[in-house]
Design a protein around this ligand. Structure first.
Ligand SMILES: *Cc1c(COP(=O)(O)O)cnc(C)c1O
Length: 386
């Protein structure tokens, strides 16, 4: 109660009004005539149900970005020759809107997602866009759909900005037309029945990403090929796969990411005797997660007893740390789940136990990070990222 009262002293303006609002006059809004029923928070399935509207913009070489609109959610109409259908001219983002205690919708570092979408677009020869303009449209969209954000802890509205080439041409060339849209899916609490640590199967082949490839971009083409290895991990009795990358020269197996999450390790450094929070560096094979960078920033600012290190990690080092009792925690990090503690990693014949005690589902660092991140996301504390 004290927390709620304190918050009321800092009333926040609605999202859309926080930004300079000159762009909104170019946004056409057509409300749905058949609003969907309010979702029942207890039977929300991730990514299967969507809100009433879609935010959509179009682009051509001659007109640039135009026809920005929020209209009733409906099918798209695409020419069968559309380049997206043939050559995967498509990139996307995953972000969330949350409800704060006063009931207003908020986004978490949305400018980072839009900047990343533009980097992906540029790599795919798709048009880039004015990030502040699209952020304003997005804020307006979230405001319109805010009744779909369950006002419950751990609940949110997942936002899926998508950019695709619509050019009706099967010549492999730079698209001359494109579309940017945003759809939204209400999300329940991933850990409604408590946190649950996952087991990983280390996958050396196939690889997700390689130096100079497109693993550092959120491009559609990276994700369909991830299903077969993910299914193989489940088949082998693990929850998810851990993507490895063989180091050409030494044959060392480098740890990259777990499924679609960045990976963090807490261990004791054998040389310094100090505890370290370690994550692989952005060397081109790692998706630069907003959750990842936020955890790094929070850890550097607040975990004074720990060194925070971005460096290459090998499976051999992980196995050695476990053997010597220095491996304290492993967790994945991403927007969908915030953090996902790891129980153990199967690596060939071995099983590496990741430091959780009997009956424990999460270690102290992952719990601390989840708490700090959610405090900002749900507007429970004042923070510059709001
Ligand atoms: C989206 C994604 C992440 C997590 O990024 P966030 O911005 O934290 O959600 C990590 N790895 C991959 C491969 C991803 O696609």
């Amino acid at each position: 109660m004290a927390r709620l009262l304190a918050l009321n002293r800092w009333p926040r303006p609605p999202l859309a009004r926080r930004h300079y609002s000159s762009h909104l006059q170019h946004l056409r809004i057509q409300n749905t005539q058949s609003p969907k029923p309010q979702p029942n928070p207890s039977d929300l399935k991730f990514g299967r149900s969507f809100t009433d509207h879609i935010l959509q913009l179009e682009w051509t070489t001659t007109q640039g970005w135009h026809n920005a609109r929020i209209i009733p959610y409906d099918n798209l109409s695409l020419d069968p020759a559309s380049c997206v259908l043939h050559y995967a001219f498509t990139c996307f983002e995953g972000m969330k809107a949350y409800k704060d205690p006063s009931g207003s919708a908020r986004l978490f570092r949305p400018e980072k997602n839009l900047a990343r979408l533009n980097r992906s677009a540029a790599r795919l020869a798709l048009p880039t866009f004015d990030e502040s303009r699209v952020l304003e449209y997005l804020a307006k969209y979230v405001e319109i759909e805010s009744r779909f954000i369950p006002h419950l802890p751990g609940h949110s509205l997942y936002l899926r900005p998508t950019l695709l080439g619509t050019d009706a041409s099967i010549s492999v060339s730079r698209p001359r037309s494109a579309m940017l849209f945003v759809i939204a899916s209400p999300m329940g609490d991933y850990f409604a029945s408590g946190m649950k640590a996952v087991t990983l199967l280390a996958t050396g082949k196939p690889v997700r990403a390689w130096p100079g490839g497109v693993g550092e971009f959120k491009v559609g083409g990276n994700y369909a090929p991830s299903i077969v290895p993910q299914e193989a991990a489940v088949e082998a009795g693990s929850h998810q796969n851990l993507w490895l990358l063989a180091d050409g020269a030494g044959g060392e197996e480098i740890v990259t990411e777990a499924g679609t999450m960045n990976l963090f390790v807490v261990w004791v450094n054998a040389a310094t005797g100090r505890r370290e929070l370690v994550t692989p560096p952005l060397d081109g094979t790692i998706l630069p997660g907003v959750t990842r960078v936020s955890i790094l920033e929070l850890a550097r600012e607040r975990l004074k007893e720990m060194d925070v290190v971005e460096r290459r990690l090998t499976m051999g080092e992980l196995a050695m740390a476990e053997k010597e009792g220095r491996l304290l925690e492993v967790f994945g990090a991403g927007t969908a789940v915030v953090v996902s503690p790891v129980m153990s990693i199967r690596w060939g014949e071995r099983s590496i136990s990741c430091g959780l005690k009997e009956g424990e589902e999460a270690g102290p660092v992952s719990l601390q990070m989840k708490k700090w991140l959610e405090e900002v996301q749900y507007g429970l504390v004042e923070h510059p990222w709001r």
